[in-house]
Design a protein. Sequence first.
Length: 94
Amino acid sequence: MFSLQVNFYASLRKISGGKAVGFSLPEGSTVQQLLEAVLTRYPEMRDKLLDQNGELDRHAHIIINGRNSPLLEQGLETSISSEDSVSIFPIGHF
């Protein structure tokens, strides 16, 4: 397991209760698994992050080390670690 700080922006901060929130994830976790952990803890973020098909909306952004997740080599299947910087923006706020 490793700990990861996630920074939330705009309307997500009201839901998370603050800017930075810690998550514990198994070693080798991916961006997708982090997204699932976020939505498990904060189900009310679903409509602010996912499209009608349950996929990350193209107007919502998960930024890993300054790069938008779709631009990462493996997209949402990219592995993350405690060393990574993670920011999440809701639909329409980037």
